[in-house]
Design a protein around this ligand. Structure first.
Ligand code: C2E
Ligand code: CA
Ligand code: CA
Ligand code: CA
Length: 274
């Protein structure tokens, strides 16, 4: 009835309003988060399937003064919508390269890039500058991109990616299998690595389709000469499956959660504190 309809609208309006105000408040606070030193990078290990450490993925954390730790899934979309991700992404890149350059063992560091960073500013110039500033060898930096980068402006994205590769950094395709046109992108751009999305890994044991997809992605990637990393590996049963399927590298809670780098001091070659 009409009354039910109106009742529903009246119920949702204040809720929507509250969410919008919350979003706005988070966006305002995010504007000063860098200056106030509230952002931090956590690092999660990436290893060969045999267990040899390759490097770490840098994952952003925001320590909000009153809300506590806000997950990236909450604030990154807001940062992208408002354009703040450009400055935040620049901070992430600087911080990750500065940190990795101090590691006694020259492991790689993987940094996530937002599609918005491709549309604004000169990404190639930024990466070039940051590598020079930090002294990090280009070959130790891997940039993780999602297919969203290629969807918005394919021609521009491909030319930026080519220029990035020319610097000597590697490009990994993140969250592979979750989008719509990943296959054609693989042909159009020379990626260095394919990252199978964690949703397929978490379903492995209970879902035949996921196992079939993992198998197909590995076969496709290897056919193109690309190594495959599986993310979100939590159990030894998953690791065994991935080993049988000849996945090259793994990342996930089984190996280590994202933590401040001091948690992994031994892995990067720092002597433990006396
Ligand atoms: P992502 O790039 O796909 O990162 C993987 C996410 O899975 C991370 O969540 C990581 O903590 C989580 N993860 C790792 N291993 C496991 C596991 O074994 N099980 C489960 N359940 N989860 C696992 P996080 O750190 O919350 O980041 C979420 C997303 O936020 C990232 O997804 C990425 O899209 C975005 N993000 C994080 N840091 C940055 C950044 O510096 N820049 C940009 N643009 N995006 C970022
Ligand atoms: Ca990633
Ligand atoms: Ca991912
Ligand atoms: Ca993801």
């Amino acid at each position: 009835s009409k009354e039910d309809g109106r009742g529903t609208i009246r119920f949702f309006e204040p809720e929507m309003d509250k969410r919008l105000r919350e979003r706005h408040a988070i966006q305002q606070d995010l504007q000063s988060a860098i200056a106030r030193g509230e952002l931090e990078l956590y690092y999660q290990p990436q290893a060969t399937i045999g267990g040899g450490i390759i490097g770490f993925e840098a994952l952003l954390r925001w320590h909000h003064p009153s809300r506590g730790l806000i997950p990236p899934m909450t604030f990154i979309p807001i940062a992208e919508e408002s354009g703040l991700i450009v400055r935040i992404g620049e901070w992430v890149l600087r911080e990750a390269c500065r940190e990795a350059a101090t590691w006694p063992i020259p492991l790689q560091v993987a940094v996530n890039l937002s599609p918005v960073q491709f549309r604004h500013g000169d990404l190639q110039a930024l990466v070039h500058t940051v590598l020079l500033e930090s002294g990090l060898a280009a070959g130790r930096l891997e940039l993780e991109i999602t297919e969203g980068v290629l969807i918005a402006d394919f021609g521009r994205a491909v030319s930026v990616l080519r220029r990035l590769k020319a610097l000597g950094v590697r490009i990994a395709m993140d969250d592979f299998g979750t989008g719509y046109s990943s296959l054609s992108y693989l042909q159009a751009f020379p990626f260095d690595k394919i990252k199978i999305d964690q949703s397929f890994i978490s379903n492995l044991e209970h879902n035949h389709q996921s196992a079939a997809i993992v198998r197909a992605v590995v076969s496709l990637a290897h056919g193109l000469g690309l190594p495959v990393i599986a993310e979100g590996v939590e159990s030894s049963a998953q690791l065994e499956f991935l080993t049988r399927e000849t996945v090259d590298e793994v990342q996930g809670y089984l190996l280590g959660r994202p933590y401040p780098i001091k948690h992994y001091a031994g892995m990067i070659g720092h002597q433990p504190d006396a």
